[in-house]
Design a protein around this ligand. Sequence first.
Ligand code: EPU
Length: 417
Amino acid sequence: MDKFIIKGGKNLSGCVEISGAKNAILPIMAASLLTKGKSVLHNVPHLNDIKMMAHVLRVIGARIDFEGETMEIDATHASFCEAPYELVSKMRASIYVMGPLLARFGSAKVSFPGGCAIGTRPVDLHLMAMEALNAEITIEHGYVLAKTKKLKGGNITFPKVSVGATANALMAAVLAKGETNIYNAAIEPEIGSLIDFLNLMGANIKGKNTDHLQIAGVKELHPAEMTMIPDRIEAGTFVIAGAITKSPITIKNCVPEHIQILLEKLKETGCEFEISEDSIKVIPAENILPTDIQTQPYPLFPTDLQAQFLALMTLAEGTSRIEDTIFPDRFMHVAELNRLDADIMMNKNAATINGVKSLSGAEVMATDLRASAALVLAGLAASGQTTISRIYHIDRGYERIEEKLKKLGADIKRIKG
Ligand code: EPU
């Protein structure tokens, strides 16, 4: 297993370019299964989760060519309606094939995702949505079996906001007979981008960026070509890199509006920004002020930036509180940050962080994707050397992060395992 060795305390400068958004691309790849023919996706980064989804689609029978940043998905010969345990257990997002397979073939067999480092993460809302669209669900031997003679439009009211269940419901409803209404839908930019792709395929979805989506089912879809949106979580991570290392770096190829809440919170810590349509320049604070956050669905503070923001708060002048209401157990990074001399205490789903004057390098272990990013940020600010093991987690969702950081002047090295 690869490791990162970071010699902290360096000032960063220059620009970093943001890659395409993993969490927007994964459902769009699955949506390509909805029709015969070749869909083309641009601005696709080489991430392990994306390669894993490509593998899931290949098992189903799709042909995938991935060169440079362009991915072609030809689902003409897709026929095997199954996502097996070996793949789903490695990547939960494999469940995204359920909606498209049901819609196109009337059947899907998807392994129940197992445990996950950030919490229990049930899939009941995905199943509820499929049932509302006339699918019959049974559970056998660790697999969800979904079947239908024909999906029919229906009303789906989600009791809580779910990005994944909204995406699956959309992908099933586009080919259902009649109209579907989704209430309390997720409004994350990744859902907006899936709606754009489905509408390019010939679907009829109204209500983008609102929590009420109306879908008029169509008889068939056709392949589409689209450029993927920039990754707001990668952008946010680099903005925090500027803040924590007190460096005036510029984040390019991003959509500042997608991380407005992060920028507002960072302003409370003393940071300023120069913002254009697609770039953010960080004007860092000399002294980092404490502030509290609570994660919530978009447009409020994203759980996917909680760990990174927490890393920043370890160096604030005072006490801050960070609560995660989406994934209450997503705090594995806390024990690791404390190994770097941070002072963090946990109480249920909230961390109280007493800011310290400095962090000091140590050996730490990455436990999940965003936790790894938090450790990298802390390592950049810590004095001395930080060694982060199990960085395969970070390769799931950050493209060449060490190269991007090195270009900004960081002293970070990947040691091959
Ligand atoms: N939930 C249920 N039942 C369900 C589905 C979700 O109770 O059937 C709960 C979850 O346990 C959680 C809440 O609903 O408490 C929201 O979960 P959601 O379904 O929105 O999460 P997800 O679709 O599984 C996506 C991202 C996550 C991100 C969350 C929240 C992808 C592939 N994953 O997960 O990203 O944290 O939305 O924004 O899009 C990451 O990139 O590091 C990551 C974990």
